[in-house]
Ligand binder design. Structure first.
Ligand SMILES: *Cc1c(COP(=O)(O)O)cnc(C)c1O
Length: 391
């Protein structure tokens, strides 16, 4: 008999009743150190006082009004994002995959309005993830996500990750945009080199196509800059955001330059819930916490410490781990045993990590993780690896 919850997930036998900072707690009191953060969502950990205050204050005022009206909280969050980034304008969604939908529509409409309607194709990369909507799965293209769901949205080409020669050859008069994650998340924590991202930006400028970045997982301070592309010193034309931007409240956004967004006039796109007062009040609180030099400096400091300790872990357990990879607090441990075994051994030792592609376990802790918690995480990961070695 089919379960009452549609069984599209293989769920771990864990059930949390409370969250506090970097910790998730089960009903029996067992406390797990959370290096998953709901897959890079709980950027400020669980039950952060500033977010609880923002949510409860807004809940007592007004939850939902519709985008038919002015929404001051939405305006405030858009202003903060425009002030802090390359973007001139922002559309709010409720998730990453909705941000993908708009990014694709915006890129196509741009060229249509410029009198080049043949430019509809989007070049994306193997190993990418852009969500589970029809555009999202077509954009990522992997058989795992698309099989049985055809006909797929047309107009996507897929190239090997980071292959600049193939990219140069693939761009033609139908190319509307190049779409990529500066650090592939689901694909197994695979960063693109800064020099390659610079080269892709230059290619877009030379060949006349838009650069669309998916920073749903790597954005909002995760890599130690507000957005990951800042490390390469470039800016995109369009950027998808979600996950960390709401700190656990469902919130996403598409950020764009004035030029890239120029086709999106009144009536061309919409969302009932996107940009609602509750989500945007929380989003403002997240931005106020994350977007300060001191906070981002702290992310980099802790990231350096965690990475250094993880290098030691890999050296100590060469039969379990192959390497550490990633940027900031978006780190991956490439495993030599099945990654799901390592994640399960982590559960036994009260630490949560997230499996990813390429046999990697992902470490995506709350950005508020303390240095003591970094040390604690290493003790637990070490015990998990030892457990696998003696099994
Ligand atoms: C999670 C993710 C998405 C999809 O976000 P949802 O909120 O699950 O729709 C898209 N792109 C990237 C890079 C992601 O990590």
């Amino acid at each position: 008999m089919i379960p009452s919850v549609l069984p599209t997930y293989n769920r771990a036998p864990l059930s949390f009743v409370k969250g506090e900072g970097s910790w998730l707690i089960e009903a029996d009191g067992r406390r797990f150190l959370d290096l998953g953060a709901g897959i890079a969502v709980n950027a400020l950990g669980h039950a952060h006082p500033a977010l609880v205050a923002a949510l409860t204050e807004q809940a007592q005022k007004v939850w939902h009004v519709s985008n038919l009206y002015q929404i001051p909280e939405q305006q405030a969050l858009a202003d903060k994002l425009v002030e802090a980034t390359f973007a001139d304008t922002v559309f709010f969604t409720n998730s990453g995959t909705e941000s993908c939908e708009l990014a694709v529509k915006m890129a196509r409409k741009y060229w249509y309005d410029k009198g080049q309607p043949e430019k509809t194709d989007i070049i994306a990369f193997e190993g990418s993830f852009h969500g589970r909507s029809s555009a999202g799965i077509a954009a990522a293209g992997s058989e795992k996500m698309t099989k049985g769901f055809g006909p797929l949205l047309p107009g996507f080409k897929h190239l090997p990750w980071g292959d600049l020669e193939a990219l140069e050859a693939a761009i033609d008069e139908t190319t509307a945009a190049i779409l990529l994650e500066p650090v592939q998340g689901e694909g197994g924590i695979r960063p693109i080199a800064d020099a390659d991202l610079k080269a892709i930006r230059a290619l877009c400028d030379d060949r006349g196509c838009l650069l669309v970045l998916d920073e749903v997982q790597c954005g909002m301070g995760r890599t130690g800059r507000l957005f990951a592309h800042e490390w390469a010193g470039i800016t995109p034309d369009i950027m998808m955001v979600a996950k960390g931007i709401g700190g656990g409240f469902p919130l996403g956004a598409v950020l764009a330059t004035e030029d890239a967004a120029s086709g999106m006039t009144a009536g061309t796109h919409g969302s009932t819930y996107g940009g609602n007062p509750l989500g945007c009040a929380v989003g403002c609180a997240v931005m106020d916490q994350v977007n300060t030099p001191a906070f981002l400096h702290g992310v980099n400091r802790k990231a350096g410490l965690l990475r250094q300790k993880l290098e030691g872990l890999v050296a100590a357990h060469p039969d379990v781990f192959e390497e550490v990879r990633g940027v900031g607090l978006m780190l991956g441990l490439k495993c030599k045993v099945p990654n799901t075994e390592v994640v399960a051994a982590g559960y036994d030792n009260l630490i949560i990590t997230v499996p990813g592609g390429d046999n990697v376990i992902r470490l995506l802790p709350p950005l508020t993780l303390s240095e003591d918690e970094v040390a604690d995480a290493l003790i637990r990961l070490d015990a998990a690896a030892a457990q696998i070695e003696t099994a």
